[in-house]
Design a protein around this ligand. Structure first.
Ligand SMILES: Nc1ncnc2c1ncn2[C@@H]1O[C@H](COP(=O)(O)OP(=O)(O)O)[C@@H](O)[C@H]1O
Ligand SMILES: CC(C)(COP(=O)(O)O)[C@@H](O)C(=O)NCCC(=O)O
Length: 433
């Protein structure tokens, strides 16, 4: 039976369509949000929640409509992609939120309070209790599957983590024109991505651990390396050494610290001189935390600020170096760094960029992503498309001149209790076809 546009919209939003392929397919046009979005209005409707449950954080991505968009007569909301004429358009936003994995119950409460559990899709022919299904990636999609079933009555439809990271990265690099940027000496500069010249590139995802992925095209990639010294190491060691209560507190401390108090520099070993013959200046760190072996001090004698700064520098530098060496193996010049370890933090990005610059002698470039921590969750969201529930199509490929934002770190604030990262939401529209 032919459905009215409103019925189609309702079904899409409520996940009440029938089997895969029977429901209205949706086309989604992404435009980048130009301003901080308002909080979701109560009448806004939410659809297509997707999750990435990592070792440290749970990331959520979902779409919400603007309250007045569920009509094809809304002129402003009609997408311009060919083939969609007269079809209903939902205008809205992709929203992002995150929770600590250790506080998974907060995430479950959030999903329940926002009625997000109704926003997946329904499996045709499945027993009543297994019908509501949500796309999820990350190790926690396996680990916490029973908990989601028990507490929310939803099944997690698992998507591979690496597939999702790459899908999310490719999508952002193509769809959001101010997504990628370089960061060096306090200067942030957006990078124009030539869509015909995007591949190959190296994607380094710094989560709890680190994955290094050579990306050759859509769905074409190889995880070429990784390291267990990642974001979890920084936060875990930092917590033990400084007694900080939160990741942001630890990061904040590093602003005020001086790593030279603990790190052993080339100059400390060479009597204040450079080691010119092998290209090391006296200020180069010869050995992270190396001073602690000879200072005859205890942990309490060091300032938490200095410890935090040394630790952040040690880990960022190490990741930058390993990433470059792997890029070198495959002749890759562009390395995109993502994952929530980065947190838009100036010193972290600067250290990584300097490491890449130093080891590559300026040949390779470190780039960072605005939606750094949400690649996996976005990839998970986009897998609705893969399975015929959404047809994502990017049409707004605005090319901008590089913008010099020249400021020290665009800090992305952690939402307490899962508040939305509104400053990262993406305006978009979904067209049913
Ligand atoms: N609020 C936070 N709580 C814990 N870790 C955080 C927080 N914000 C940033 N981080 C950092 O981000 C890392 C997790 O990054 P993420 O990309 O979410 O990886 P994962 O998928 O392993 O959870 C943590 O190990 C930590 O270094
Ligand atoms: C196992 C993981 C893919 C899990 O992803 P995460 O939750 O850290 O984002 C990641 O932690 C990792 O790549 N660790 C490094 C393992 C290694 O190559 O040594």
């Amino acid at each position: 039976m032919q459905q009215t546009a409103d019925q189609q919209v309702h079904n899409l939003i409520r996940g009440a369509g029938k089997a895969k392929g029977e429901r209205g397919r949706a086309k989604m046009d992404i435009v980048e949000s130009k301003q901080i979005s308002e909080p979701i209005k109560s009448e806004a409707q939410i659809s297509h929640l997707a999750l990435d449950i990592g070792g440290s954080l749970i990331k959520l991505v979902y779409f919400s409509t603007n309250s007045d968009s569920s009509s094809s007569s809304s002129k402003d909301s009609v997408a311009v992609s060919s083939g969609n004429e007269g079809r209903p358009v939902l205008e809205g936003k992709l929203h992002f939120a995150k929770f600590e994995t250790a506080k998974i119950n907060d995430c479950i409460d959030f999903i329940r309070s926002k009625q997000l559990r109704l926003s997946g899709f329904q499996k045709h022919g499945a027993p009543a209790g297994e019908r509501c299904t949500i796309k999820a990636t990350g190790g926690g999609a396996y680990k916490y599957a029973d908990l989601f079933k028990e507490k929310l009555g939803i099944c997690l439809d698992k998507e591979d983590e690496m597939d999702c990271l790459v899908a999310g990265s490719n999508f952002l690099l193509k769809a959001v024109h101010t997504e990628a940027f370089t960061y060096m000496d306090g200067q942030k500069e957006f990078v124009q991505i030539d869509h015909d010249d995007l591949y190959p590139y190296m994607l380094v995802n710094i989560g709890s651990g680190v994955s290094m992925i050579k990306v050759d095209g859509p769905g074409k990639f190889e995880r070429v390396s990784g390291t267990n010294v990642g974001g979890g190491t920084f936060w875990g060691l930092g917590r033990l050494l400084t007694k900080c209560k939160s990741f942001d507190e630890l990061l904040e401390l590093s602003h005020r610290g001086n790593n030279r108090v603990i790190d052993m520099l080339v100059g400390d070993i060479y009597g204040g001189m450079d080691y010119t013959k092998i290209g090391l200046s006296s200020t180069t760190i010869a050995s992270s935390f190396g001073k602690a072996i000879s200072d005859n001090k205890e942990l309490e004698d060091y300032k938490p600020e200095d410890i935090s700064r040394s630790l952040l520098r040690m880990i960022s530098n190490n990741i930058g170096q390993i990433s470059y060496l792997n890029a070198l193996r495959f002749g890759l010049k562009r390395i995109f760094f993502a994952g929530f370890f980065i947190r838009g933090h100036a010193y972290t990005m600067d250290t990584i960029a300097v490491a890449v610059h130093f080891w590559s002698k300026g040949e390779a470039k470190a780039m960072f992503l605005k939606h750094e921590g949400f690649l996996g969750a976005l990839g998970s969201f986009m897998s609705y498309e893969k399975h015929g529930f959404l047809n994502l199509k990017v049409h707004q490929l605005v090319q901008q001149s590089p913008v010099d934002a020249s400021r020290g770190g665009d800090k992305i604030h952690d939402p307490p209790n899962g508040e939305l990262n509104e400053n990262q939401s993406i305006d978009c529209s979904i067209c049913l076809s």
